[in-house]
Design a protein around this ligand. Structure first.
Ligand code: DSN
Length: 420
């Protein structure tokens, strides 16, 4: 019996239910993944007990000799993995990493440019309901109406006109490759700092399946739990010239004590991401997304921008006569877990939406490949073609559960991440 079963069966039962849900369903939320058993173990380690305000070698509490070793190891691995001069591994979430970056390189009221949330950006890229939109003067860029891809000529026009202090490149619901070199040119032309939020694609960058922002960006932020398959947390990377400002903005600027247990998980995840197996995993994420996109498209589901270059697909459910909300709920009832999302120039509200975001990172972690993606696409189409059909939903749910159970889940039913 585990300690938690022994001393708190109520919480143990909830965790067991969640494990079962993760095993029995198809996790297709593009920002989710399965951390390995080693990452989970490190994240659940005794480092949760320790305070370590400051940085390695300069702490405000005693007893940090092992914390220093741990954080230094995580920093060195992050630098090597992403080819950057400086890494701060303390941000506890992507939102906090972005807050620290703005805090370091802009003053309240300064102009910052980012991608519009409803077009694929992120809350912290200037949404008026977020601290970013409240504290800074955000101007937004969108995708092109025709291609539904970022139009760099338009980005350049807006930037030259607004003269932002920071230009943010990066998205949460954008299925195409982002040209960081082109963003770097625009930033140079208007003397802005290029900040890349690579949260969604960090694993693809590590596995060389997406252009790295490192040669072009002054600062890079990222979560560690999406395609990178680490613990829930974040990091901020930069050139040496910005290191002091960035570190100060993280601590004491916006955070208190670092979460050393999560930093332990990050160190393990960075180590995993340096292996050839991880590079192959990243390649398979992209391959799976392309196969899934092709099969969904062939089944009459319109995909924003016509397809995908990365780990995610943004489907226009209007092409099946349903809203994103209805599609999400119908698929959820069939054991296929996705999230509704606005599509560019959506006519429905952000709560209802016309879109559905689908990702392949978690399914790929279970060892699924192109054949499985075609089966998954067929189930998705079956449900979307009859979203009110309870019988269809029930039948698909049973088939999905039996199918899903045959694939090990890293950290739950499989000890090592599945990469081959
Ligand atoms: N919630 C994340 C996502 O799903 O993309 C972004 O913060």
């Amino acid at each position: 019996m585990s300690a938690i079963q022994d001393c708190d069966p109520e919480v143990a039962a909830i965790i067991a239910d969640e494990e079962r849900r993760q095993v029995d369903s198809l996790e297709m939320i593009a920002s989710e993944n399965y951390a390995s058993a080693a990452v989970l173990e490190a994240t659940g380690s005794v480092f949760t007990n320790k305070y370590a305000e400051g940085y390695p070698g300069k702490r405000y509490y005693a007893g940090n000799q092992h914390s220093d070793r741990l954080e230094t190891l995580a920093i060195e691995r992050a630098k090597a993995l992403f080819h950057v001069e400086h890494a701060n591994v303390q941000p506890t979430s992507g939102a906090e990493a972005n807050m620290a970056a703005y805090f370091a390189f802009a003053a309240p009221g300064d102009t910052i440019m980012g991608m519009e949330l409803s077009q694929g950006g992120h809350l912290t890229h200037g949404s008026p309901v977020n601290f970013s939109g409240r504290l800074y003067n955000f101007v937004s860029y969108t995708v092109d109406r025709e291609t539904e891809a970022i139009d760099m000529a338009a980005v350049r026009r807006i930037a030259l006109d607004a003269k932002p202090k920071i230009i943010v490149a990066g998205a949460t619901a954008y299925p195409r490759a982002i040209d960081f070199a082109a963003f770097g040119e625009v930033a140079k032309a208007c003397s802005a700092l290029l900040m890349v939020d690579m949260s969604h694609i960090a694993g693809l960058v590590a596995g060389e399946q997406h252009m790295s922002p490192a040669p072009y960006a002054g600062v890079i932020t990222s979560t560690t739990h999406k395609t990178l398959r680490g613990p829930r947390g974040a990091m901020a990377l930069c050139r040496s010239e910005h290191a002091e400002a960035l570190d100060k903005a993280v601590f004491p600027g916006t955070q208190g004590g670092p979460h050393l247990h999560t930093i332990a998980g990050k160190a393990v995840a960075f180590g995993e991401a340096m292996t050839a197996g991880f590079a192959d995993y990243a390649r398979r994420i992209v391959e799976n997304a392309a196969v899934l996109a092709e099969a969904l498209s062939a089944g009459g589901l319109r995909l924003v921008s016509g397809g995908t270059d990365n780990h995610l697909i943004l489907a226009d459910c209007g092409s099946k006569g349903v809203s994103g909300l209805k599609a999400q709920n119908a698929l959820g009832g069939a054991g296929i877990v996705t999230n509704r999302n606005t599509i560019p120039w959506d006519t429905r509200s952000a709560y209802v939406t016309s879109g559905l975001r689908l990702g392949t990172p978690a399914l790929t972690s279970r060892g699924m490949g192109p054949d499985e993606m075609r089966r998954v696409a067929a189930w998705i189409l079956r449900v979307l073609d009859d979203p009110d059909g309870e019988g269809v939903r029930e039948a698909v749910r049973a088939e999905v559960a039996e199918f899903a159970r045959a694939f090990p889940v890293p950290g739950i039913t499989g000890r090592a991440p599945v990469v081959a």
